[in-house]
Design a protein around this ligand. Structure first.
Ligand SMILES: *Cc1c(COP(=O)(O)O)cnc(C)c1O
Length: 225
């Protein structure tokens, strides 16, 4: 298994331009698989369950950047606030407020990405462009000193239709560019475009992604039981 993971990692890495950060999505996988990826040089891992990430964290070396990539419920923020390097899928002011509060309690500033709803398929997650604007314009937003908005995150529709995926990624990149030139013009930290998974990362990078979240292409298929 360790050899396969190391091989998969180098295959994926060979596809990534230097400016693209690889988040190795290790959800559902045992700590031994993460250790194998770590031993092959991987330092950024992505998980989508707060308790699972909190349980794995002490089992592995402490120079890992732990990214939370899933939908995060406010009552779970406390489990990851002491150590999370980045939270990808922030989609409400309520969640941001809770992350801010827990980060403050831990004397930290937590990097966050705002999730934009780009998929045409029905999904309840992610902000519409309008909701994103109102969040950024809310007076309270400017007062959150313990979160740092680093960029946007999105997921394309799960489809074979390449043109549709491209279009959805382009939508996210447009929004990112607009915000970078406008609200975030004086903030260099606003620099992350998180899009692309095992099945669509090539398209995502073409569309301007600089952070890809790749699971099954590295660790193999997941077994949900
Ligand atoms: C699981 C997951 C991924 C990785 O998916 P793969 O298809 O296994 O690469 C990426 N992003 C998010 C938000 C996920 O939940």
């Amino acid at each position: 298994m360790a050899d396969t993971i190391a091989d998969n990692l180098s295959t994926v890495r060979a596809d990534l331009p230097e400016h693209v950060t690889l988040v190795a999505v290790s959800k559902t996988k045992p700590v031994s698989d993460l250790q194998a990826a770590y031993d092959a040089g991987q330092r950024v891992f992505g998980e989508n369950k707060a308790q699972e990430m909190a349980a794995k964290h002490p089992e592995l070396p402490n120079d890992i950047d732990w990214h939370f990539i899933g939908h995060l419920q406010t009552n779970k923020v406390k489990y990851i606030a002491p150590f999370a390097a980045m939270i990808h899928a922030v989609d409400s002011l309520k969640l941001l407020r809770e992350i801010n509060k827990r980060a403050q309690q831990n004397d930290r500033v937590i990097d966050c990405l705002l999730q934009l709803r780009i998929a045409k398929e029905e999904t309840k997650f992610g902000l519409t462009p309008d909701a994103l604007s109102s969040l950024l314009e809310a007076p309270e937003f400017a007062e959150l000193q313990h979160v740092r908005i680093r960029g946007l995150m999105g997921m394309a529709t799960f489809t074979e239709n390449q043109a549709q995926i491209k279009e959805e990624f382009a939508l996210l990149k447009d929004q990112f560019d607009r915000l970078q030139q406008d609200q975030f013009a004086d903030r260099d930290a606003f620099s992350v475009v998180s899009m692309g998974m095992s099945g669509d990362y090539a398209l995502a990078i073409e569309a301007g992604s600089n952070m890809v979240r790749i699971g099954s292409a590295i660790f193999g298929a997941r077994n949900y039981q």
